[in-house]
Design a protein around this ligand. Structure first.
Ligand code: S3P
Length: 178
């Protein structure tokens, strides 16, 4: 399939970039967290509370499988922990071109300083959690990615332009092969 798939750590801007891309390219956008919240009629924090993280991870995989069945080509942004599971990385590849929005730990800490919606960053020493989790996940994101976009110190428009230019290049290459 030909979706534009956005992955990356919490606070990297997947949702904002996805919304903007969807506007610019006139394509539908799905955010897996929003999809799961809508289905369960609970917030992500509520789902973690009520069902636990493991169950949430299964919901993420189910959500990807449903998207594959939909056969729709649009923008898909996924929760920061979704690519950690190998099965999910394979599903993402099937869904389309995977863009990893790479953000640094200090930027995440700055952006999420007052956030209380991400269960994995609550409690003691949230900054330490960001550094440790990002270090552990960075290789996973890189393995899942077709394209890496560094997002620190870039505006939303700059990031979206970079993605679009990359896609245009890809289409040109495809055309050249015809
Ligand atoms: C998570 C990231 C969140 C959400 C949940 C778990 C993670 O999504 O899925 O809180 O494990 O990194 P965002 O990356 O959109 O914040």
């Amino acid at each position: 399939m030909n979706n534009i798939v956005l992955i990356g750590f919490m606070g990297c801007g997947k949702t904002s970039v996805g919304v903007r891309l969807s506007y610019c390219l006139k394509k539908t956008m799905v955010d897996t967290d929003k999809e799961i919240e809508r289905q369960r009629k609970l917030t992500i924090a509520g789902i973690f509370d009520q069902y636990g993280e493991q169950a949430f991870r299964e919901m993420e995989t189910e959500c990807l499988k449903r998207l594959l069945l939909k056969k729709q080509d649009g923008i898909i942004s996924v929760g920061g922990g979704l690519p950690v599971k190998h099965e999910n990385r394979q599903l993402l590849k099937k869904l389309g071109t995977v863009f990893y929005l790479r953000v640094s730990a200090p930027t995440v800490c700055k952006r999420l300083a007052d956030d209380n919606t991400r269960p994995l960053l609550q409690g003691e020493e949230p900054e330490k959690k960001v550094y440790e989790l990002l270090k552990k996940r960075a290789p996973v994101y890189e393995a899942a990615a077709d394209v890496i976009i560094d997002v620190d110190n870039k505006s939303l428009d700059e990031i979206v332009d970079e993605i679009i230019i990359n896609l245009e290049g890809k289409h040109k290459n495809e055309a050249a092969c015809d």
